[in-house]
Design a protein around this ligand. Structure first.
Ligand code: HEC
Length: 297
């Protein structure tokens, strides 16, 4: 059934294509994804302690069973059917960086890293090896969200997390290290420095949040296309004064926009604010509108 749907989509795209439109649309035929992550992505124990990780967060649009394996097995460390990592009390002191590989029913694979720190018992040390994975996140303007919990060697004492500078809209969970942001963040790149502190010392690391400008069709796209293009493109061409036709022809419109293309003929496109796209080119703003799902907003 799934293959049939994909085949029908390809036929549909090919039969309606002209210029280079098919190349662009074909990339969107399959949007299947498999993504696994652990939050936190590490555990710190003292030698002689058995335990287990949290279950991984699984994003699998295909559905069905996801199977897990450790790419380089370590004695005393096993994985259950749900991707939970278990370690026996026999695992010697050391740092174990485990590659966890997940596979779904159509053979898509994703892998992620989990680190087990097995410390000596006794005196605590300052935290080390502090990092977020992923260490950056790119979101569209208007979306609240949060990071995963970081990985860290706690040094054997309880760690609390804090932000070294105040950034409006950004907070941290002092216990888990999860960073959260509100849906009213302005577009831009935010470098967030986080400090992890235990009774002995502290360590800092950075997390980068990129908030991407959300293109507004009615304000950013339509006025430009209808005044700069629809003047010539009418009659046998579609009228580019409404969302439906601009949506349908978005690939060929984008391919002809200046400076890579030669449109609009006899005229030019005004620069757009660099807070919207860093290049300041309408062409790139139009591409961003496509990437964001060609919203009729
Ligand atoms: C002054 C008139 C004029 C303006 C303004 C103009 N075009 Fe064109 N356009 C033409 C002509 C003439 C052709 C056919 C010759 C060619 O392909 O270069 C054409 C061809 C095209 C084509 C390929 C054929 C088609 O119809 O699909 C695209 C796509 C296109 N233009 C997009 C645009 C876009 C986008 C704008 C606005 C940014 C624009 N044009 C503004 C005159 C114009």
């Amino acid at each position: 059934m799934r293959q049939l749907i994909i085949l029908l989509s390809i036929i549909g795209v090919l039969s309606s294509c002209h210029y280079d439109k098919a190349i662009v649309d074909l990339r969107n035929v399959s949007k299947d994804t498999l993504k696994i992550s652990y939050s936190p992505s590490s555990s710190t124990i003292t030698v002689g302690t058995a335990g287990s990780s949290a279950a991984p967060i699984i994003k699998n649009t295909v559905g069905g069973i996801v199977s897990f394996k450790i790419s380089a097995p370590v004695a005393g460390i096993t994985l259950d059917n749900n991707g939970v990592i278990n370690w026996a009390n026999t695992v010697p002191r050391g740092t174990y960086t485990l590659g966890i590989v997940a596979t779904n029913i159509i053979g898509m694979v994703d892998s992620v890293r989990y680190i087990l720190y097995v410390n000596a018992s006794g005196v605590a040390t300052a935290p080390t090896a502090f990092a977020y994975a992923p260490a950056s996140n790119s979101v569209n303007q208007g979306m609240a969200g949060s990071s995963l919990a970081p990985s860290i060697n706690t040094g054997g004492a309880a760690v609390t997390y804090s932000l070294t500078t105040t950034i409006t809209g950004i907070t941290i969970n002092a216990t888990s290290g999860v960073i959260s942001w509100v849906n009213t963040m302005s577009p831009g790149t935010y470098t967030i420095t986080v400090k992890a502190t235990n009774s002995v010392g502290s360590i800092t690391t950075n997390y980068t949040l990129i908030v991407v400008y959300l293109v507004r069709f009615s304000v950013d796209i339509l006025p430009v296309i209808s005044t700069k293009c629809a003047t010539c493109h009418h009659g046998s061409h579609t009228t580019w004064t409404q969302w439906s036709t601009i949506n349908n022809e978005s690939a060929s419109i984008h391919s002809r926009l200046k400076p890579a293309g030669n449109m609009p003929q006899g005229s030019s496109l005004s620069p757009v604010p660099t807070t919207q796209v860093s290049s300041g080119l309408f062409r790139d703003l139009f591409q961003l509108w496509i990437t964001q799902g060609k919203l009729n907003n």
